[in-house]
Design a protein around this ligand. Structure first.
Ligand SMILES: Cc1cc2nc3c(=O)[nH]c(=O)nc-3n(C[C@H](O)[C@H](O)[C@H](O)COP(=O)(O)O)c2cc1C
Ligand code: SF4
Ligand code: SF4
Length: 250
């Protein structure tokens, strides 16, 4: 089974390519979180987690969901992480998570995909995004080939910088950067409700046809990207910037 979380389509794209090649079923973690449901299926003996990188680790909200979910005893776990630049030393934390869950860990791969974090950085336009995704394909093919041959994923390099980023910087990031106080909506809002529907954490509600954010955001960027009129801004950072959505994923 392929379990994926995705704010802006990169992980969804990768998960679906892996599913086409392996025939494994797909589970969209966003939907489970939205329904407030943990995973519970003890028949799946191969788990392939396809996840974006948030602050050089897997998203905290997904880690918590995995910890509260019930999987088969001894299910083998592959982690396919995608990022705009680097996953840091995320594999070390993935191994710890596998130990806690009793999963034989089959490795943690890094696939560089387009940057989506428009609350902090600039995202590429659609043409450049396509080039980045095209460049990621050989690594994706390697991951698929290893899964099909029942081999572990290639080990990613660990570095001193990665240790800092995935360790203390990750903690600081969640303390200081991950909040929704800077989200706002302008006059372009047409009250369609797509932001409310898209948020995996039910953090948005519409009041008199205008969205408000309720302080349990994970910064996935799904709402700001999904808005059909570009009415959502994140402070000043997003003004005039392209919203990112994986160009190969509807
Ligand atoms: C909150 C947040 C934190 C991020 N942290 C990192 C990071 O530490 N390293 C990195 O290379 N990319 C980082 N990114 C970029 C995403 O991991 C990357 O664009 C990913 O492919 C997005 O996947 P998605 O479209 O499935 O959501 C971050 C993005 C967000 C929204
Ligand atoms: S409010 Fe927006 S950025 Fe925050 S979790 Fe929901 S969809 Fe993601
Ligand atoms: S998705 Fe955009 S237009 Fe629709 S309700 Fe939300 S902010 Fe308004």
């Amino acid at each position: 089974m392929i379990l994926y979380f995705s704010g802006t389509g990169n992980s969804a794209y990768l998960a679906k390519r892996i599913a086409e090649a392996t025939g494994d079923a797909l589970c969209f973690i966003n939907d489970c979180l939205k329904r407030g449901e943990a995973f519970s299926d003890n028949t799946q003996t191969r788990l392939i987690f396809v996840l974006p990188t948030y602050a050089w680790r897997i998203p905290r909200v997904v880690e918590e969901w995995i910890l509260t979910s019930a999987f088969a005893r001894n299910a083998e776990a592959y982690f396919v992480m995608n990022c705009g630049d680097s996953i840091g030393n995320a594999p070390k934390y993935v191994k710890k998570l596998c130990e806690k869950k009793g999963f034989p860990c089959r490795g943690c791969a890094e696939i560089v995909m387009p940057e989506n974090y428009i609350a902090m950085f600039s995202a590429p336009d659609s043409e450049n995004a396509r080039k980045i995704v095209d460049k990621a394909r050989p690594k994706l093919e390697d991951v698929i080939a290893r899964i099909l041959k029942d081999q572990p994923l290639a080990e990613e390099r660990t570095t001193f910088l990665g240790a800092l980023l995935s360790g203390p910087v990750n903690k600081l990031f969640y303390c200081f950067a991950v909040h929704d106080r800077k989200f706002r909506v302008d006059e372009k809002c047409i009250g369609c409700g797509k932001c409310e529907k898209t948020c995996p954490l039910n953090n948005i509600t519409l009041k008199e046809k205008r969205p408000s954010w309720h302080r349990h955001c994970t910064h996935c960027m799904a709402c700001i990207t999904a808005c059909p009129t570009g009415a959502i801004e994140y402070g000043k950072k997003s003004v005039g910037q392209p919203r990112y959505r994986c160009p190969y994923e509807e």
